[in-house]
Design a protein around this ligand. Structure first.
Ligand code: GDP
Length: 194
């Protein structure tokens, strides 16, 4: 997939504010600070389409982008940031669950996990929601550059087992070195209707 154009459309907190579901949609989910903004920016070749390292966890917004005037990318709010208020923390699950339940044009989700971290309850919860709704998802292991190639392979094997996935469903990624960019784009293209 070649990305020629990317545009921020709007932020939303509830379904009434979502964009019209005209394009096939791919959503991105992950813990705060996992590297989600950096990954989307790397995919679309833009430095700041998604704002990186704004105060993590303060914004509980669902952000909509249009790609090539034919695909929609959705940046789901990050989770798991300890310092946010309880209200913000308790808003996350219903907000994301509602998004997943109403979005008929959702073709798949990219679930980001820091390669150095073990998945937590939020990741398993998300995977349950995806399974329940039969939403295909791909797991991207971020910040791969923080580990040597040998250690990357070791973590890949461990996480494949922990997440009970097939090895080919996990992609090693780094926004610093751009490792895995083409593979993620290829997998996104495979999720879209032909
Ligand atoms: P988000 O909260 O998930 O959107 O995470 P960001 O994209 O804002 O990244 C959080 C922090 O991790 C920032 O300091 C980034 O520079 C850093 N970061 C993101 N991706 C990578 C990566 O692939 N490699 C390294 N070394 N750092 C990264």
């Amino acid at each position: 997939m070649i990305i020629k154009q990317a545009e921020f459309i709007k932020s939303a907190t509830k379904p009434a504010q979502f964009t019209d579901p005209v394009f096939p949609e791919i959503a991105f989910a992950g813990r705060s600070n996992v590297g989600k903004s950096s990954l989307i920016n790397t995919l679309v070749n833009r430095k700041n389409l998604v704002k990186t390292s704004s105060k993590p966890g303060c914004t509980q917004l669902i952000n909509f982008f249009t790609i090539n005037d034919e695909i929609s990318f959705v940046d789901l709010p990050g989770y798991g940031y300890a310092k946010v208020s309880k209200t913000i923390r308790t808003q996350w699950a219903p907000m994301v669950d509602r998004y997943l339940s109403v979005r008929k044009n959702l073709m798949g989700v990219i679930l980001l996990i820091d390669i150095r971290r073990d998945p937590g309850k939020e990741e398993f919860e998300l995977m349950d929601w995806f399974a329940k709704r039969r939403i295909p998802f791909l797991t991207v292991l971020t910040k791969a550059d923080k580990l040597s190639r040998t250690k990357q392979q070791k973590r890949l094997a461990i996480l494949t087992k922990t997440l009970e996935r097939r090895k080919e469903d996990l992609i090693l990624f780094s926004s610093k070195t751009r490792q895995g960019r083409e593979m993620v784009l290829g997998e996104i293209a495979a999720l879209l209707p032909s």
